[in-house]
Design a protein around this ligand. Structure first.
Ligand SMILES: [Zn+2]
Length: 211
């Protein structure tokens, strides 16, 4: 495996935590995803680890970079790893666009994706959408490494089943929207975020010209 891409989990602004639930109470299990990345890396220690993270706004309207927190976590768990940080717009589609655009050299060879189990189908479809836009890259990654959601289930037995079912329901809805051409990319309507990114010289390139 040449490259292992860890798809951006939720990160709580101002902390180093990858929460189990997002602000709306949806199951996201970021910690489980990051732990899966450590486990997969140990199988492929020569791989370059790519922490692709969305930029979001914190409560003060300042740009917060999820990839920085992901990188810090990965370096603390795997000090010898070659870890790269890629900053993008927040959604999974734009996570991939960011890599295709900024680091295409990482995609020449075997590429693995790490994310949560529930995310697999939608992530692979978004990869295809992004690959279509940057047609010089492969259509699908070599492998998808899903996090073991049920590790989490043990600790969260009471809430887990309800929340996880809800998550799967949301994923199915999201997939149907994607397949039906009804998907709206929230990043592109987030004018506050786009304005804040335009004001940071190192992130200005993330703002689409059409926005
Ligand atoms: Zn997006």
């Amino acid at each position: 495996m040449k490259t292992l891409i860890v798809i951006s989990p939720e990160v709580t602004c101002g902390s180093e935590a990858f929460p189990l639930f997002d602000a709306k109470g949806n199951y996201v299990a970021g910690q489980t995803r990051m732990q899966a990345a450590v486990r997969v890396y140990k199988k492929y220690p020569k791989a370059t680890l790519v922490m692709v993270g969305g930029c979001i706004l914190d409560e003060h309207g300042k740009v917060f970079r999820r990839a920085k927190i992901m990188t810090a976590f990965m370096r603390s768990c795997c000090p010898l790893a070659d870890v790269r940080e890629v900053h993008t717009l927040p959604c999974t589609f734009h996570n991939f666009c960011g890599i295709f655009e900024q680091n295409p050299e990482l995609l020449h060879g075997e590429v693995g994706l790490v994310s949560n189990n529930y995310h697999q189908e939608r992530a692979l479809l978004m990869w295809q959408m992004a690959a279509k836009r940057y047609c010089h890259v492969m259509e699908l990654p070599t492998a998808f490494f899903p996090a073991e959601e049920f590790v989490c289930a043990k600790a969260q037995q009471a809430r887990f089943s309800v929340e996880y079912k809800r998550r799967l329901h949301l994923e199915r809805e999201g997939l149907a929207h994607l397949k039906g051409g009804l998907y709206t990319d929230k990043c592109l309507n987030n004018h506050r975020l786009l304005a804040a990114l335009s004001a940071v010289s190192s992130l200005r390139h993330l703002v689409p010209e059409t926005a």
